[in-house]
Design a protein around this ligand. Structure first.
Ligand SMILES: [Zn+2]
Length: 462
């Protein structure tokens, strides 16, 4: 069943092509000739070890249709046009949804492999790299094949997409421009990267690793049951113990807090995407080594290196098993860092004409365990600290309630000479989250007996 089409001789036997004949015709022929296969996928016999999971993109595509999608996608930070389409194609093979996995309008989820395998977007290249540099790019010239992958893969690979006669479309729309020469870059990238990770052509005509697809079609964007069986054969079904990143928070001061599970207690590596284009054969990510985790392997706090750009983050445990590398999680170092506490609104004028004010005196740090609020210019001796997950501005007892329902009574507040110092818990499970606070107090001279401070928003730091 191998090679439905002859390869151009100059590619030689070490390149696997993606053919151009209409998929339907091939499918019909196969349906007639082949018995129902129990296992349709095929493999080269090689896999990518954890040192070859990186990939780079050289965006040298010349078709305007290849770079006309300028919409930014939060699951693929910073990428546009051809780069976004290629990244999506590679990410489809990932162990878990890439970020939310749901931002592509043409398929329900990106990240469908459910195997111990994740590719890592290491950044942009300034050229095609050598045959082991793990770079995807366009190659000048014309060919009846659409694209090819240079193998063997063990020491790396290279993927090229032929410039002509094709009209490469970057999607994500489903209607491709270019008539009979229209090709879907995202779908072809998905297929070619399947070769790079070790899959040969499948005999299942519904598989993305089938040797051909119809021009103008987008059906290769998603991998199918046979493709999933193939990647799971090579890398194993995703282990429950595989490291997993579920989110991150940028902390002012240049640190990033990574949340997830399955991180090692010590000696993790954290991978980042290069900010600058990189040349040469080595596409290794920016690495920070020797990083410990806390909270039972669910949190990692690491200082962000200077040369990191938007892309992915990953955590690699010590070890060489496929599950020792986490999923690749979309990461944008330009996202807003956690901000310091902020007062908002205005307290209700007291019966003696003062304006009670609530401010945060210290940062809400989980390491410290508590933080301190201060109330000034209040009255009476007794108050209550109130908390909410959201802010509001609702008329309340002659003043304004700056917290949205439901409210939580945190603790009583003892006021002396109009002043109160309030120590509040800063639990670790609130790191990265915000809470809103306000003090109600008893104002003996007020017609309603009620005093109210302004509101304070705090975001909990590690
Ligand atoms: Zn192929």
């Amino acid at each position: 069943m191998n090679r439905l089409l002859k390869l151009p001789s100059r590619l030689g036997p070490r390149a696997l092509c993606h053919a151009t004949l209409p998929g339907l015709a091939i499918a019909l022929v196969l349906a007639l000739l082949l018995p129902t296969p129990t296992r349709a996928f095929a493999v080269f016999g090689d896999t990518l070890d954890l040192g070859q999971r990186d990939f780079r993109i050289w965006n040298n595509f010349t078709d305007p249709e290849a770079n006309d999608n300028l919409a930014l996608d939060p699951d693929f930070p910073g990428a546009q046009g051809a780069a976004l389409a290629i990244w999506k194609g590679v990410a489809e093979w990932g162990s878990a949804p890439h970020g939310t996995g749901t931002t592509d309008p043409s398929q329900p989820v990106i990240g469908s492999g459910a195997s111990n395998f994740d590719a890592f977007f290491s950044g942009y290249s300034e050229g095609p790299g050598n045959r082991n540099a793990n770079v995807l790019s366009m190659i000048e010239g014309s060919s009846f094949i659409k694209a090819y992958t240079e193998i063997p893969i063990r020491d790396g690979w290279r993927i090229r997409f032929y410039e002509d006669p094709w009209v490469w479309n970057d999607g994500p729309d489903t209607l491709l421009l270019g008539g009979s020469k229209a090709l879907d870059l995202q779908g072809v990238a998905t297929h070619e990267y399947g070769h790079a990770l070790g899959l040969d052509h499948s005999s299942d005509p519904t598989a993305t690793m089938f040797a051909s697809s119809a021009n103008g079609a987008i059906d290769f964007r998603s991998i199918e049951a046979d493709d999933i069986a193939g990647i799971q054969f090579l890398y194993g079904v995703r282990s429950p113990s595989k490291a997993l990143i579920t989110g991150y928070t940028l902390v002012s001061g240049g640190q990033v807090l990574i949340e997830g599970r399955g991180f090692a207690a010590t000696d993790n590596e954290v991978w980042f995407t290069h900010r600058a284009k990189i040349t040469g054969p080595d596409g290794d990510p920016v690495r920070v080594t020797g990083v410990p985790s806390t909270q039972g392997g669910s949190r990692i706090l690491v200082t962000l290196p200077d040369d990191v750009g938007p892309g992915d983050i990953a955590v690699r445990r010590p070890g060489i098993r496929p599950e020792d590398l986490s999923n690749a999680y979309p990461f944008d170092p330009r996202r807003d860092a956690l901000s310091p506490p902020q007062s908002y609104g205005q307290g209700k004028l007291t019966s003696i004409g003062t304006t009670p004010t609530l401010t945060a005196l210290t940062l809400p740090s989980a390491t410290a365990g508590t933080f301190r609020l201060e109330l000034r210019d209040a009255l009476g001796s007794f108050g209550l600290l109130l908390e909410s997950e959201n802010r509001a501005a609702t008329p309340f007892q002659g003043g304004t309630l700056y917290l949205a329902a439901p409210l939580r009574r945190v603790q009583p507040v003892s006021i002396q000479f109009g002043l109160a110092s309030i120590d509040v818990d800063a639990p670790a499970d609130l790191i990265g989250r915000s809470r809103y606070y306000q003090v109600w107090f008893h104002d003996p001279g007020d017609p309603l007996g009620s005093g109210l401070s302004n509101g304070v928003r705090v975001t909990f730091l590690p």
